[in-house]
Design a protein around this ligand. Structure first.
Ligand SMILES: [Zn+2]
Length: 91
């Protein structure tokens, strides 16, 4: 029997490969970036560890914008920072 395939994704902050379920998906929808809790929303996506360390790194370095090819508005950036506040410091 073949082992069950677990989709692997790379965290855009620390570049560590992890199982899809261990990462939070961000998706570009209608010119903005949203958190996609289902991981199934259509659109260009990027993955991040659910840790403040990884989120802070990409928000401060604009790597989200590079990964999703978007210009984050100040309000949208603030929403992502609000989401980040509820995450643990590290994974
Ligand atoms: Zn990470």
């Amino acid at each position: 029997m073949k082992p069950k395939h677990v989709p692997q994704r790379t965290c855009i902050a620390c570049r560590t490969v992890a199982g899809k379920r261990g990462l939070v998906r961000l998706v570009r929808v209608d010119g903005r970036v949203e958190v996609d809790p289902t991981g199934k929303q259509a659109g260009r996506g990027a993955y991040l560890h659910p840790s403040r360390t990884c989120w802070q790194a990409v928000i401060e370095s604009n790597r989200i914008e590079q990964a999703l090819r978007i210009k984050l508005s100040a309000a949208n950036r603030q929403e992502l920072m609000n989401y980040m506040q509820d995450l643990p410091e590290t994974e």
